[in-house]
Design a protein around this ligand. Structure first.
Ligand code: UGA
Length: 422
């Protein structure tokens, strides 16, 4: 069934949600407060890099199912569903700041047609569905929580082929209507109350962050006892209760979600009177992991970072995105710079950075360097010519924080190679 959907906020979540709903056959109007952003989006120019999204946006503008307008009220005045996809930045006390969400709800309150459903997709603290209900103050409009589980870099397929769709509502008919929007996808539909839906979002991200910190802690043990974390993960991962996913060791987790959502989850727990010590430990391990990567570079260059030249591959918080928010790569490089190292970085999606010298060629940044550190798992780094890298570097040291390169090939080529947990 074809529905009329308004999307409020054209950030990464709103844009993906809007474009994908149009792709599923719905009529979508996306709204933003920024006129320039809307003008560019209407021409198919995207503010973010997300594989597959450009093609869908272009095709759906062409089909007429996807439009962009300035202002939430303009989008919502004729809709059956209004998706709130505005940012919920971290407030000073660690809790999510709901200012944008409340402003968006207030703006559409007077124009929403009767029986519209307002859907909260932003990541918000437990109880926010009720906050939106209060701001709207419309007894003929239902509010539903429908959290997103989109990963940057694979957001389009995460949306179109979801593991599950979570719908939280006290109104069964509104929940059924939201569930119908996803009928063309194959995900499990979980209908629950709003507080549970909101908790599912935080619990999912907190658990994934826990898995990564766990494997990073195991990697530290592996280094100490002479084990290989890759084999350990292989060995535990075949246990179906554990699985292989999200157990790749690295420089720690970052991005726009895990850091913010783990802090928000700790704050939610604290406010509710529970001390979430487990999650506190997960964050501590993550902070330590960055230090551990810096210490590896320090060892590689002979113990003194002051004046050492370091080539860095990767700046984004993970591969297949141009997002630098809370990037572990940036954190590690900043620490190297603070300790007096001279860092030259390369990233396929980043051409400049206010605090970091960024080059345009992965080999050029290696020229004369005392060590190469691999910080983001871009696939192209795997295929670069190690002999050429060795010719360019001043000293043949590699610190591979993603266990990305072929360790045996690097050792054969004459490098001193340090990975993580092996
Ligand atoms: C994450 C979740 O995976 C999504 O399900 C969720 O919807 C999203 O947050 C959100 O809340 O909006 P994302 O931040 O795009 O998605 O990135 P992830 O792929 O989860 O990676 C997060 C961080 O963990 C990255 O720094 C990544 O490099 C790191 N990571 C991930 C590892 O170090 N090891 C792994 O095995 C997996």
């Amino acid at each position: 069934m074809r529905s009329r959907i308004a999307i409020i906020g054209t950030g990464y979540v709103g844009l993906t949600t809007g474009a994908c709903f149009a792709h599923l056959g719905h009529d979508v109007v996306c709204a933003d407060i920024d006129p320039r952003r809307i003008e560019r989006l209407s021409q198919g120019i995207l503010p973010i890099f997300e594989p597959g999204l450009q093609e869908i946006v272009e095709a759906e503008i062409e089909s007429g199912r996807l439009r962009f307008v300035v202002g939430a009220a303009e989008a919502a005045k004729d809709c059956e569903f209004a998706y709130l996809c505005v940012q919920t930045p971290q407030g000073q006390d660690g809790a999510a700041d709901l200012t944008f969400l409340q402003a968006a709800a207030a703006e559409i309150a007077h124009v929403l047609p009767a029986h519209a459903v307002v859907v909260n997709k932003s990541t918000v603290p437990v109880g926010s569905t009720k906050v939106v209900e209060r701001v709207l103050n419309r007894h003929d409009v239902s509010v539903v929580s429908n959290p997103e589980f989109l990963r940057e870099g694979s957001a389009v397929s995460d949306f179109l082929k979801p593991d599950r769709v979570v719908i939280g509502s006290d109104d069964p008919s509104a929940a059924a209507r939201v569930s119908d929007l996803y009928s063309a996808t194959s995900g499990h539909i979980i209908v629950t109350d709003p507080a549970s839906a909101e908790t599912i979002k935080y619990a999912a991200n907190a658990f994934l962050a826990t898995k990564i910190s766990f494997v990073n802690a195991v990697a530290a043990v592996c280094e100490a006892v002479g084990a290989d974390v890759n084999d350990v993960v292989l060995g535990i991962g075949y246990d179906k209760r554990i699985g292989h996913e999200f157990l790749r060791p690295g420089p720690g987790w970052g991005g726009s979600c895990f850091p913010k959502d783990t802090r928000a989850m700790m704050k939610i727990a604290e406010d509710a009177g529970y001390d979430f010590n487990l999650l506190k430990g997960v964050v501590v391990v993550n902070d330590e992991q960055r230090e551990r990567m810096v210490a590896k570079v320090e060892r590689a260059v002979g113990g003194e970072l002051k004046g050492a030249v370091v080539a860095a591959w990767g700046l984004t918080f993970k591969a297949n995105t141009d997002d630098l928010r809370e990037s572990p790569a940036i954190a590690v490089i900043s620490e190297l710079l603070a300790k007096g190292a001279i860092v030259r970085a390369y990233d396929p999606q980043v051409s400049s950075h206010p605090a970091i010298d960024v080059g345009s060629d992965p080999y050029d940044v290696c020229d004369g360097a005392d060590a190469l550190i691999v910080l983001t798992e871009w696939d192209q780094f795997r295929w670069l010519d190690l002999d050429e890298v060795k010719r360019r570097l001043g000293r043949a040291n590699i610190v591979d924080t993603r266990n990305l390169l072929d360790r045996s090939a690097a050792i054969r080529a004459g490098f001193t190679y340090q990975g993580v947990g092996r």
